[in-house]
Design a binder for this molecule. Sequence first.
Ligand code: UT7
Length: 326
Amino acid sequence: MASAGILGTGTALPEKVITNFDLEKLVDTSDQWITDRTGIKERRQAAPGETTSSLSVRAAHQALDMAGLKPQDLDLIICSTISPDMPLPSTAALIQRDLGARGCCAFDLAAACSGFLFGMTVADTFIKTAKAKYVLVIGAELLSRYLDYQDRATCVIFGDGVAAGVMGPVVPPSGILAEEMHTEGAYADHLFIPAGGTAKPATCQTVQDREHYIKMRGNELFKVAVRSMEEVSRRVLQEAGVCAEQLDLFIPHQANQRITDAVRDRLGLSPEKVYSNISRIGNTSSASIPICLDECVRSGRIKKGDLILMSAFGAGVTWGAVLMRW
Ligand code: UT7
């Protein structure tokens, strides 16, 4: 059976930077509070007219170029997003159209911040079973379109960004070594958007009540995030028969620097082995891990043969991990 790996990566970030000082002018917060409690200094915000699919197409072209492939080579496009262009059709279908990847299958995957790792896991199964050769996995979020800039608990955390990975068959020992996906719907109300769906269709009242924006019970989520990311990381390491000290790099979902630090401590990893870009990019949900991956690949931080662990946690709640040899 073939092993599945990442052949190319790409990123598309909006140009506009929103600093903590910009947010100080909108809500009762401070650069000091945001920096101390989250590690975030700035995040990106999409311009009017920019969409989840348009940024995805930019990231996809970069990833395909690195992989030496053309859009027509793709068998499947998986777009992980909770901030789609529109409810219907899928953002993946729009990406397929604008990329010119005619004939390939394309669908969206909604697992919030764990979505890119869920997408990698689905792609791995397709590639290993020879149902697809080349799969484009995208983590794409324009969360600014769903943020309440009157709610200091959420608007300081999240940012916009998109990144993509082209996956395909690789020669062992490269490729995915172990992976896990989990969901626990009992915590669904910890991070959600109340209105705009079938449970509460859009009305003037729902808009007036600001129910189309993200609501988050951050403090409760924090604890579940640390526990689940640690546990799932340990399990994939165990499944592959390796220990944390053997890792070359750990890329956690960039939820909050304090979550990253707590998981790192629990896994016993030194700070140099843990990647973080949250100060510059903020929390971009499903785009956070692939943006990190792309930065690491392009800067040479990831080298062939490196053992890399990624783990994530998000709304649902969902959590998962992927362990791979580059
Ligand atoms: O992406 C995956 C899913 N999301 C997460 O995993 C997010 C996880 N949670 C977090 O990152 C953190 O819980 C937050 C950064 C969201 C909040 O930090 P916290 O340390 O858990 O703060 P808290 O919610 O316990 O609030 C502490 C205080 C409260 O004031 P009082 O009640 O003590 O007077 C909040 O109202 O901090 C206040 N607060 C703020 N103050 C200034 C909350 N947000 C802000 C803010 N600026 N932006």
